[in-house]
Design a protein around this ligand. Structure first.
Ligand code: PAF
Length: 574
């Protein structure tokens, strides 16, 4: 940039005067500045004596390099106005000073052949002459075309800054990082001064200055390793005493809230890249952890022995911004006499490692004594969807499921809870409980996850030998054949028979039932039971044309009792 180059600055807020003064000191000619408010005009007078105060159009007309030091939301309108009035012309440089936006709002200037630049000094400005010194050595983020890059670098050099190249798309995040550091630090320090003052400390700012300066220095050089204090020591008693003392003063309740979320954020930061979830075993630990993180919760309930099916439930909610809580609990109340409660696979360590990979915040894995400190006196009674099929073969099963699901929902109070479609009858029962008891949450059903051969993933697949796994493929194959029957206009009964026939011809598979049931009510429309019993189905229902239904099977394969289903749509009447 040659000395004497004509520079104009529109906007005399906190940044504009610092830019104009620095360039003036570097030899540029400040041809004029514009200011809208009286305070801005006073600032211009004080920091830029002798520089003419002009209209925005006039500043533009006089300048070769024009800075738009206006609020982010005004850059585009000012640019368009100046292009229309001749204040921005082909060949001139037009730079704005916003952090969060790039070249987009300068589109009108580049459309007529002006050179747009986005320059952002990563500094806090006070609108006084101190700012000029602050610009020396200050990083200045720039976004420009490749062609305009030398111009951006020259301007940054004149300002005394250090260039930092940024892509257009990265600017909002870059700016969020800076705002989080510099702006929120101010909020935090003001809160901390209030707390010290309420504890009778005179001159709280000075009292905390050496500590704060040392902490900032350590954070910037050592990162999270520079952290000291009760959270890093795992001293929950002290943390709780802090929170209690803040909460005791109504004036400090906001501070208590900020303190809690920063304790949680500090714990997360200490966990580092591994994103290990908090693994909790008691209701009290869970209550505290939920309180510490005020985000809404998404809940995934499991009995552990996790596989890709469970992880798919977690992935559905992991990016929602909610905190994700996964429960791992083999619930004795849903297992009947002679069922596999004792042998059900329990693999907590592997489960937690798998959950760490998909972004889970809390794993709640209580012992039975914590969930049922005494035998339940009050029970949730499931409705008609609990008495057929699985409910008939496993008496008490759905009552046990609803008992534990109801308990966990009350403890965890999720905004969203996700369950898998493989347990379709369970989902209908849970949905009826949520509806009938007005539980304030959204239920989501996630599709079945299958291996590459089509076998529905299940923790009980762990019981199968390699040969039995191959035999178990017959379940999915049979369901697909049933679906083809329905798609081809066949009746529910024909579809169910087709499935049963296929299973009967499949070695190693002993079908227990095949059914077609309405997806909303779980009323059964067609049933095969091999002649044993009616499995609680007293009358078959007629499905509404166009409604959704499930084709379902249950079968014994080797040591494992497996269930599977597919969704079908009942043909609308022609
Ligand atoms: O679907 C399951 O794994 C269980 O039935 C559930 C919902 C976790 C309740 O124990």
């Amino acid at each position: 940039m040659s000395a004497g180059v004509r520079v104009g600055v529109i906007g005399m807020g906190n940044v504009g005067p610092a830019i104009a003064s620095s360039l003036r000191a570097a030899g540029a000619r400040i041809v004029g500045v514009s200011a809208r408010s009286a305070a801005a005009r006073d600032r211009a007078d004080a920091m830029l004596p002798g520089v003419p105060l002009l209209t925005e159009d006039e500043v533009g007309r006089q300048a070769e390099i024009l800075f738009l030091a206006v609020p982010d939301g005004q850059i585009q309108a000012v640019t368009e106005h100046l292009v229309a009035s001749g204040g921005i012309r082909p060949g001139m440089v037009v730079a704005h000073l916003s952090g969060a936006v790039g070249l987009d709002p300068l589109a009108a200037a580049s459309a007529i052949g002006a050179i747009p630049l986005a320059l952002h000094p990563a500094m806090t400005f006070s609108g006084t002459s101190l700012d000029v010194r602050r610009l020396q050595g200050c990083p200045i983020a720039y976004t420009s075309s490749e062609l305009a890059r030398p111009v951006a670098l020259a301007l940054i050099e004149y300002l005394g800054g250090v260039p930092l190249r940024l892509d257009e798309a990265d600017r909002p995040r870059y700016h969020a990082g800076l705002a989080h550091a510099a702006n929120h630090l101010v909020t935090l320090l003001v809160q901390a001064q209030d707390v010290l003052e309420s504890a009778g400390v005179d001159g709280p700012g000075e009292a905390m200055r050496p500590l704060v300066e040392a902490a900032v220095e350590r954070a910037l050089t050592e990162g999270i390793d520079g952290l000291t204090g009760p959270v890093v020591r795992g001293d929950d008693a002290t943390v709780n005493a802090h929170i209690a003392s803040l909460e005791a003063d109504p004036e400090l309740r906001d501070v208590a809230r900020t303190y809690r979320s920063l304790v949680q954020a500090t714990r997360v930061a200490l966990k580092g890249d591994s994103a290990e979830p908090l693994v909790l075993h008691t209701r009290e630990q869970l209550r505290r952890a939920l309180e510490d993180d005020p985000r809404p919760t998404s809940l995934v309930m499991t009995m552990g022995a996790l596989h890709a099916g469970h992880l798919s439930l977690v992935k559905l909610v992991a990016r929602s911004g909610h905190k994700v809580v996964v429960t791992i609990f083999v619930n004795p109340e849903q297992f009947g006499e002679g069922e596999d409660f004792d042998s059900y696979p329990r693999t907590l360590e592997e489960d937690v490692a798998a959950l760490a990979e998909v972004g889970v915040d809390i794993v709640y894995a209580p012992p039975v004594s914590e969930v049922y400190p005494h035998p339940s006196r009050i029970h949730i009674t499931p409705g008609p969807a609990s008495t057929t099929l699985e409910g008939a073969l496993r008496p008490g099963h759905f009552a046990g499921v609803l008992q534990v699901v109801g308990k966990m929902m009350n403890l965890i109070r999720p905004r969203v809870a996700v369950f898998g479609q493989k347990d379709a009858q369970q989902f209908v029962n849970i949905r009826q409980m949520v509806e009938d008891l007005d539980l304030p949450l959204e239920l989501v059903q996630a599709p079945i996850v299958r291996d590459e051969d089509g076998l529905a993933l299940s923790s009980r697949n762990a019981y199968l030998s390699d040969q039995e796994k191959v035999q178990a493929l017959a379940l999915n194959r049979a369901l697909e054949l049933g679906r083809e029957v329905l798609d081809g206009g066949g009746s529910g009964e024909e579809a169910v028979t087709k499935i049963a026939d296929h299973l009967a011809a499949s070695p190693g598979v002993e079908a227990q039932y095949v059914a077609l049931a309405a997806a909303d009510s779980f009323e059964v429309a067609a049933l095969w039971t091999g002649g044993s019993s009616s499995l609680g189905v007293e009358n078959l229902t007629v499905l509404q044309p166009g409604s959704e239904a499930y084709l379902l099977v249950a079968a014994q394969v080797g040591p494992a009792r497996l269930i599977d289903n597919v969704t079908v749509r009942v043909k609308a009447d022609d």
